[in-house]
Design a binder for this molecule. Structure first.
Ligand SMILES: NC(=O)c1ccc[n+]([C@@H]2O[C@H](COP(=O)([O-])OP(=O)(O)OC[C@H]3O[C@@H](n4cnc5c(N)ncnc54)[C@H](O)[C@@H]3O)[C@@H](O)[C@H]2O)c1
Length: 259
């Protein structure tokens, strides 16, 4: 337990697929700090697994299905959060997807449909989720945390279209932060180092990239899921009340190295 108290607060965490999901680590950390949770999963196929994870948490956790490729699904997710929990203080966006063939090989081979899918699911989705969450936030405001990766600015072979999607996502973080600042809604992203998850497994050469990160990072190691979750907890909390529109690297310092 860290000395941050989120009791009385409500968090919606989008993107739990399994116990390796970054979203799950963040959800547990926010729950441990006292926040009430809504956990969102993509589709029926994931429901049982996410329900089993939710059962490991004390108290009631609201489970909501949300496929971000469907406006109606997003609307009904927030309607259900509003009905059941009455308010929202924090939104965690931990969602990304690209077709497997677009996560390897030549970037120039990216097709129109692959581009659309990756950008729509991984970047566009932040906009309606923030809009939906903001509709449930009180005059006190709230905090939004998204997940990004340094491929937004540098070339990581294999990451391909997801680099483009992360560049768009980070730009959205800044534009949304500017727009919602007058409601005291802060919008930030964590730029995490490589972590072995379902999404990461789809990236060609991921394990080599992870090894290189550990070798070159100033801290001489990879990061942990917990380190991302702790930063998300900080960004949600009042400790980060002056921080918005920022991309916070949690990468053992890898981003400062030239080689
Ligand atoms: N794992 C890493 O190394 C790493 C590093 C930096 C950033 N990230 C980012 O962290 C976030 C979470 O990824 P993860 O690594 O925990 O993998 P993950 O596979 O556990 O999470 C990705 C989530 O996206 C969800 N998703 C995909 N399509 C969706 C749709 N149409 N509607 C709703 N949800 C959908 C999946 O169901 C899954 O829960 C992503 O934004 C990812 O890019 C991951």
């Amino acid at each position: 337990m860290y000395p941050i108290d989120l009791s009385g607060k409500v968090a919606a965490v989008f993107g739990v697929a399994n116990d390796r999901s970054i979203a799950w680590s963040v959800a547990r950390m926010l729950h441990e700090a006292g926040a009430k949770l809504a956990l969102s999963y993509q589709n029926d196929r994931l429901k049982d697994r996410v329900a089993k994870l939710a059962d490991t948490l004390e108290g009631d956790t609201l489970l909501v299905e949300c496929d971000v490729s469907q406006d109606a699904s997003i609307d009904s997710a927030f309607a259900s959060i509003g009905d059941q929990l009455g308010r929202l203080d924090y939104l965690v966006h931990s969602i990304a997807f690209a077709n497997r063939e677009d996560l390897g090989g030549d970037f120039s081979g990216t097709g129109r449909e692959g581009f659309r899918v990756a950008l729509e699911i991984s970047a566009f989705s932040l906009i309606p989720l923030v809009r939906g969450a903001a509709g449930l936030m009180s005059e006190e405001g709230g905090s939004v945390v998204a997940m990004t990766f340094q491929a937004s600015e540098r070339v990581f072979p294999g990451y391909n279209i997801m680099g483009t999607a992360k560049a768009a996502l980070e730009n959205e973080v800044r534009q949304l932060a500017a727009e919602y600042g007058n409601r005291n809604i802060r919008v930030n992203a964590i730029s995490a180092g490589p972590l072995e998850t379902l999404a990461a497994r789809g990236i060609q050469g991921f394990l080599d990239m992870k090894k290189t990160h550990a070798e070159r990072a100033p801290l001489g190691r990879n990061i942990t899921h917990d380190e991302v979750a702790k930063t998300a907890l900080f960004l949600c909390s009042d400790m980060a009340s002056g921080i918005t529109g920022s991309i916070v690297p949690v990468d053992a310092g890898y981003h400062i190295m030239a080689v």
